[in-house]
Design a binder for this molecule. Structure first.
Ligand SMILES: O=C(O)CCC(=O)C(=O)O
Ligand SMILES: [Fe+2]
Length: 344
């Protein structure tokens, strides 16, 4: 497949899971009718699958590769240097998280999270970066590496902009004013997560106790949307309506975008926040004889409504329905902190 020729279509189609591939440039700079139809496709993707792929988005491939290589250099630092930058609180959600600390899960009960973490540790490490310059919530920058900090801050801003634009498309799709979400997305209360799934022995995935070993446990994301940049390894899987996990195969230069729990709640569950996980990559020809799976890197940018905002059902999503508003309004920052506190 020539990657530059396919920019629209279906990215994933299996077991009733249909994830569209959408050319975002048609929303950013298309004609009025292209903008409307692109917005509708984006909204439908979120309503139907909870996931979309965006091609021709606003972030240059060279920027993404710079962030991937900075991320790889960061994870290659000696362990004590990374440990010195450790994640320190759910309120701040910033810093380095070593293997096995986080167990992403739907179980809100802490005791259960402990039990799960002991049984199947996630095979990954991550670095969480929040909005720079927040009082009492310092980012944990590696010492003497201005370039890393500059790269990440620049990327954070570009992703923040993309969040604004994707939510504008959602607004247009819903028939609202295009800027309806702007006052919720302009704060940039988002988290940039660099992820490294180290090379791992294949035998680790063949557990004798019957427990299914994964690289990252099944979960939904918490916020409005997540922008996910993956390398070419594969391993991301999305739960289908038939209750099977389907590969969300990497497509070069695209971003996988999924809706989070807070957007599902905000939309009175008209938008889906779909369960996903990361497993060992599908076999590739030539790799059968190796006894390891190669390392995988990904970058997740978790977008949230501004932390000081109240999230109450979006107009048009609940009026006249049999359920009416399904949820009480909730404060964005409190909601997210509660979810994070249950996870770590
Ligand atoms: O690494 C990936 O591809 C997915 C990561 C993810 O889902 C998450 O961190 O929430
Ligand atoms: Fe996720």
């Amino acid at each position: 497949m020539n990657k530059s020729t396919v920019s629209t279509g279906t990215a994933v189609e299996k077991d009733n899971l249909f994830i569209p591939l959408i050319d975002f440039s048609l929303f950013l700079s298309g004609s009025p009718s292209e903008r409307r139809s692109t917005a509708t496709s984006i909204l439908h993707g979120f309503q139907r699958a909870g996931f979309i792929y965006l091609s021709n988005h606003s972030i240059a491939p060279s920027t993404v590769s710079r962030v991937f290589s900075s991320s790889a250099s960061f994870f290659a630092l000696p362990q004590p240097k990374k440990d010195a930058l450790a994640w320190y609180s759910p309120a701040a959600n910033r810093g380095y998280v070593a293997h096995g600390r986080e167990k992403v899960t739907q179980l809100a009960d802490k005791g259960d999270v402990e039990a799960l973490r002991a049984a199947v540790p996630d095979l990954k490490e991550s670095m969480e970066i929040g909005k720079e310059g927040e009082e009492g919530k310092p980012n944990m920058w590696p010492k003497e590496d201005e370039a890393f900090k500059e790269t990440m801050i620049g990327f954070f801003e570009e992703c923040k902009e993309l969040h604004v634009n994707v939510m504008r498309a959602v607004a247009v799709g819903l028939g609202l004013e295009e800027d309806w979400f702007d006052g919720f997305t302009d704060g940039g209360d988002n988290t940039l997560r660099l992820l490294h799934y180290p090379e791992v022995k294949k035998s680790v995935f063949r557990r004798e106790d019957g427990v299914e070993q994964v690289r990252a446990g099944e979960h939904t994301d918490y916020g409005s949307i997540t922008l996910l940049f993956q390398d070419s390894r594969g391993g991301l899987q999305v739960l289908s309506p038939n209750n099977t996990f389907i590969d969300a195969t990497p497509i070069p230069d695209t971003i996988v975008v999924n809706a989070g729990d807070l957007l599902a709640r905000w939309s009175n569950d008209t938008i889906k926040s779909t369960t996903h996980r990361v497993v060992e990559p599908p076999p590739t020809p030539g790799s059968e004889n190796s006894d390891v799976y190669p390392a995988r890197y990904s970058i997740a940018y978790f977008c949230n409504p501004n932390f000081d905002k109240w999230i109450d059902a979006i107009p048009g999503t609940w009026e006249g329905t049999s359920t009416g508003k399904k949820y009480e309004r909730v404060n964005s920052g409190e909601y997210l902190e509660r979810r994070l506190a249950a996870t770590y």
